[in-house]
Structures are given as structure tokens and as C-alpha cells.
Write a protein that binds this ligand. Structure first.
Ligand code: ATP
Ligand code: MG
Length: 341
């Protein structure tokens, strides 16, 4: 532990569209949905994280409002993002130093972020109490979290399929050589399922139910070796207005998600097409590395493998790969200094 970290607090934060993770002393101390619930009358924060997510879709919007401050990986609601960051730091409860601590944070940001968006993240963290703030690009953090030696002169391709964005990056010698980002990821999959249920089963379902369908019977392929049992989905019949239940099979979900997955595949193909030949040769050997919660969709690895003719590896604990990498960058601040802005 360096002198800085002895007297000060150091946090790594993956502020995601769907989930935010905080790492302190190499440990995940917070892993919560990026949702804030506010009391509309008093404008006070009622809940943050899981408690706030549990209110989503079940609240009367006149009394409680639930907000996701991030959209597509960037801050959409500045004030709420600030509340979220502050509450997450508070929940991490690391304020044990005797002297007033100064907080150093490394936060990861999407590679396609604009300067204005980056400033919004920085200012939100400052307002929330951080004194020294550094940023690292998400695909770089993902690569470090996966265990790739990003400083070597060797090309690797990383695909991070999160809630709001799918980011694809080719990394070599500590730099992002080429990258691509599409605003299609887990949240869009949920929307696809809502649309499918409406048009094919005349049924309205909420986004939370759609996410449950995706996790229980989601699939990128219409033929799976291990078939999940159909899932009983509850919602409202849009013709009669009455509650109803429908059994959904993974084949239906594969159909519902097909267009979105094709867009992600195309972005991967475009990135491979833009990769310099020496690095392409490396990637032929090393394959594609997937991270982010979206990479857990059944059959997605196999589908991407057959589309690209490359081997596809899913990161261990893909939901936390980016946060893990951000934590490693923080801990090895000097080694990775040039990756951190
Ligand atoms: N088993 C699963 N199968 C499919 N999708 C899943 C599974 N588990 C989680 N997800 C999805 O993963 C997404 C969240 O992933 P992740 O936490 O990596 O996103 P994020 O970092 O918050 O978003 P972003 O990086 O876009 O800002 C959600 O859309 C969630 O529904
Ligand atoms: Mg993410």
C-alpha cells in the first residue's frame, strides 16, 4: 500500500447503465443497480440501488419517481447521477480514517464518450466528495479485468456487452487501436422482448418482467444444446385488459433478439475489418474476449464464434470484469498511469 493510500481512501468505480460497482482495497464493497428513487413531494432520496430498483414499475409516479441517471453508459440526469455517486460512496462506508480523508477515485468511462460527457462524470464525482479523479476507458478496464496483459505488443479484441452499450475494442501496447460502440445491449434486449410479447401474444409486460424472461429463457440461437424450460410470463392482455399468463420458449426469445444481436455482430465485424493486419494475426490466435452482463446470454458466444470464425471466451464473472480491471488500474497506479487520464 503506497503512502497515498495509507492516509487516504481510494475507490474504483464502474458507473454502469444497469449496475454500479465500487471496489475498495481489492474488494467489491458495492454492487447495486444504478437506480435512484425520489419522493416527489419532498424531493428527498428514498432509496438507491436494489431497494430503488424494486420500486421500479410498481410505483405511483405522483408519489415516487425512480430514475436511472445513466443512459447508454453516459450521464443522462446529472443531478441524479451525483446523488447516485454520493450514495454509493456513502454505502461503501470506508470513511474510517482519523484524519479527514481525501478521496482518490478511478472511474471507468465509455470509449466513445464526448468531452462534455466526461466532464459531467468528473464533476458529479467531485460534487460527491472525490478530490482526485482519474478516468479509464471501459474496454481497457475490461481487458485488464479479464487478465490480458494490455501493455504487451500483442493485439486482443474485447467486446463488453453491458446494459446500455456494447463496446468493442482492439487493444495493444496499452492503447485502444480501433474501437466501435453501439447503443444496443442488455436494455435493448429487454425492450425487444416487450415488443415481441405485445405483437405476438397481445400482452403488455414490464421491463423487469422482460429482463426476467431474458435471464430465464434468453437465447441468441434458435437451437441450443441445453434447452431451458419454457418460462411462465405474467402480464396484461392488451385486448381484454385482464392479467394473463403465457409460456415463453427460448426459441421465441432468440427470434425477438435476433435483429439486435445482428447489429452487435456487425459492429464486431466492422472492428475486425478496421484492425491492422499484424494485430489481426494476433487475434486469429487469441480469439475474442466477451465481458459485461449481456455476454451471459445463452448461445451468444457460439453465435459470435460461428459468425467470425474465431474462438470466443467469456470472462470469469463477466458482470464485474470492468470493475475488477478498474480496481487493478487503481492499485497499480504507476504501472498504468499512462492509461489513466
Ligand atoms: N444471465 C444473463 N443473461 C443475459 N443477460 C444478463 C444476464 N445477467 C445480466 N444480464 C444483463 O446484463 C446487463 C447488465 O450488464 P452490466 O452490468 O455489464 O452493464 P452496465 O455496465 O451497467 O452497462 P453499460 O456498460 O452499458 O453502462 C443487463 O441488461 C442485464 O439484464
Ligand atoms: Mg459496463
Amino acid at each position: 500500500m503506497g503512502l497515498f493510500s495509507f492516509f487516504n481512501r481510494e475507490l474504483a468505480m464502474d458507473l454502469g447503465t444497469a449496475n454500479s460497482i465500487v471496489i475498495y482495497n481489492d474488494q467489491v464493497v458495492i454492487d447495486e443497480p444504478s437506480v435512484v428513487a425520489i419522493d416527489k413531494k419532498t424531493n428527498k432520496i428514498m432509496a438507491v440501488g436494489t431497494d430503488a430498483k424494486n420500486m421500479e414499475g410498481k410505483n405511483s409516479s405522483e408519489i415516487i419517481e425512480t430514475v436511472r441517471p445513466l443512459k447508454n453508459g453516459v450521464i443522462a440526469d446529472y443531478e441524479m447521477a451525483q446523488h447516485l455517486i454520493r450514495e454509493l460512496i456513502g454505502m461503501a462506508n470506508v470513511n474510517r480514517a482519523i484524519l479527514p480523508p481525501s478521496l482518490r477515485m478511478v472511474i471507468c468511462i465509455p470509449s466513445g464518450i464526448t468531452n462534455v460527457e466526461e466532464r459531467a462524470v468528473r464533476e458529479a464525482a467531485q460534487q460527491a466528495g472525490a478530490k482526485e479523479i482519474r478516468m479509464i476507458h471501459e474496454p481497457m478496464a475490461a481487458a485488464i479485468g479479464i487478465g490480458i496483459d494490455v501493455l504487451r505488443p500483442e493485439g486482443h479484441i474485447v467486446v463488453d456487452i453491458g446494459g446500455g452499450t456494447s463496446e468493442i475494442a482492439v487493444i495493444s501496447l496499452g492503447g485502444i487501436v480501433c474501437n466501435n460502440s453501439v447503443r444496443i445491449a442488455g436494455d435493448e434486449f429487454n425492450e425487444n422482448i416487450v415488443d415481441y410479447m405485445r405483437s405476438n401474444h397481445s400482452m403488455a409486460i414490464g421491463l423487469r418482467t422482460a429482463e426476467e424472461v431474458k435471464i430465464k429463457v434468453g437465447s441468441a440461437l434458435s437451437e441450443l444444446d441445453e434447452e431451458p424450460e419454457p418460462f411462465s410470463t405474467l402480464g396484461r392482455d392488451i385486448v381484454t385488459g385482464l392479467p394473463k399468463q403465457v409460456q415463453i420458449s427460448y426459441k421465441e426469445v432468440a427470434y425477438a433478439l435476433d435483429k439486435s444481436i445482428t447489429r452487435i455482430e456487425q459492429a464486431i465485424l466492422d472492428t475486425l475489418g478496421a484492425t491492422p493486419p499484424e494485430l489481426a494475426a494476433d487475434i486469429y490466435r487469441t480469439g475474442i474476449f466477451l465481458a459485461g452482463g449481456g455476454s451471459m446470454l445463452r448461445g451468444l458466444d457460439r453465435r459470435i464464434a460461428s459468425k467470425t470464425n474465431l474462438e470466443v471466451h467469456i470472462a470469469d464473472d463477466p458482470l464485474r470484469a470492468v470493475a475488477r480491471g478498474t480496481g487493478i488500474a487503481l492499485k497499480n497506479f504507476d504501472k498504468f498511469a499512462f492509461l489513466i487520464r
